[in-house]
Design a protein around this ligand. Structure first.
Ligand code: SF4
Length: 61
């Protein structure tokens, strides 16, 4: 199962992942983005590739 992980030391809450994820895995909660629906992730890595801060890693386990 692919598992997107946000590195909050890098994230600047530009919400690119929210916009590019085809499965709506990410949601804005207050002043940060959270991995709201990890079970929906299909492992396309659009978020990992397009995050301007390189703050997302899609892990496989
Ligand atoms: S890998 Fe694809 S489906 Fe999974 S969270 Fe990132 S953009 Fe969404």
């Amino acid at each position: 199962m692919p598992k997107p992980v946000i590195n909050y030391e890098k994230c600047k809450t530009q919400k690119t992942c929210v916009d590019v994820c085809p499965m709506q895995v990410f949601e804005v909660k207050g002043d940060k983005v959270v991995v709201a629906k990890p079970e929906e992730c299909i492992g396309c890595k659009a978020c990992e590739v397009q995050c301007p801060e390189g703050a997302i890693t899609v892990e496989e386990d």
